[in-house]
Design a protein around this ligand. Structure first.
Ligand code: NCD
Length: 322
């Protein structure tokens, strides 16, 4: 039987990972303490045996490159195997009309954990309730959450500042629809004295329920609608794309899609010498390529590498009793 407690409290073995709500600072510290070891395993030519004999299903109903590949890489670095189901709506029995419950039950029988990405909010949780024996990891549920992305984002911030409290950050783009923003705000709300400036067009600000529930957790959220209001010298900028696939009305998308474009000039005017520049990627009309040369730009460097290391750490804890 798997661990179905709603909070992890440092106990990862056989647990579902659905939301940042399950975490607390002690649990994150335990996970992060393993990351340097995972980095050295990944750099070593010999795969580790931490997941040997383990099979993990990657069940992705939505396109993915980074998340899919970094999970697959993480599992293989640790000596495990994957069953890769990309686009089940086209390539599996789901296309014949199989219901979600049966799909989960079938894969549950073949493997030791299921990593799922789905366009509908709440689907990972639904899968976790169906799968009685194997843990479910949410790799993005619609415009809900993307917990493992937030774990690697938090680690990247932690790696730079050696702390996760007392920070000021800017999150730009699409707070309404970006699941990576949702999970990262929840993650930062676990620590004291964090302030986040949310920069977006008015149409894309957080929905009021999310705004209120995040604020109740203690994080200070300041919504801004113009680049001129970006605070000077923030600790990090997190620049997301506008989430085209979430728009019912393409006209609205066209109107807001290029609202905030990160350029070297903007960095010169508002960033500090230590401000790290992050993006969960893919970059689609949100960051100018010239910014890539800036040593503060971590989206194609630490953030990517940490993605695999953090997922290695997470899977090794979930799939090993000790
Ligand atoms: C993000 C996602 O899927 O939510 N991508 C990712 O996993 N790194 C961000 C995005 O698609 O914009």
């Amino acid at each position: 039987m798997k661990n179905t407690k709603s909070t992890l409290s440092g106990k990862f073995y056989s647990a579902d990972i659905i939301s940042l709500d399950q975490f607390d600072p002690v649990t994150l510290k335990k996970l992060f303490s393993l990351v340097p070891k995972m980095a050295s395993i990944a750099k070593n030519a010999q795969p580790s045996k931490l997941l040997s004999g383990k099979i993990v299903t990657l069940l992705f109903y939505e396109p993915s490159s980074r998340t899919f590949a970094s999970f697959a890489g993480a599992i293989k670095q640790l000596g495990g195997e994957t069953i890769d189901i990309l686009n089940p709506l086209q390539f599996s029995s789901v296309s014949k009309g199989e219901n979600f419950e049966d799909t989960i039950r079938v894969f549950e029988a073949y493997c030791d954990a299921i990593i799922i990405r789905h366009p509908e909010i709440g689907t990972a949780k639904k899968a976790a309730l169906i799968a009685a024996s194997v843990p479910i990891i949410n790799a993005g549920d619609g415009n809900g959450e993307h917990p493992t992305q937030a774990l690697l984002d938090l680690y990247t911030i932690y790696e730079k500042y050696k702390k996760l409290d007392g920070l000021t950050g800017v999150m730009a783009g699409d707070p309404l629809n970006s699941r990576t923003i949702h999970s990262l705000i929840k993650g930062l709300s676990l620590y004291k004295n964090n302030t986040i400036y949310l920069l977006s067009p008015k149409e894309l600000r957080l929905n009021r329920d999310d705004f209120n529930s995040y604020t109740e957790k203690g994080v200070k959220l300041i919504e801004i609608y113009s680049e001129k209001e970006i605070p000077k010298n923030a600790n990090f900028w997190y620049w997301t794309r506008v989430q085209k696939e979430r728009f019912k009305d393409k006209k609205t998308y066209e109107k807001v899609k290029d609202s905030f474009y990160l350029t070297s000039n903007l960095i010169k005017n508002f960033a500090g010498k230590d401000t790290i520049l992050m993006d969960p990627l893919p970059r689609v009309g949100n960051i100018d390529m010239s910014v890539d040369q800036d040593p503060r730009a971590l989206y194609l460097r630490n953030q990517i590498r940490n993605g695999m290391y953090v997922r290695m750490a997470l899977l090794s804890l979930i799939l090993n009793k000790k």
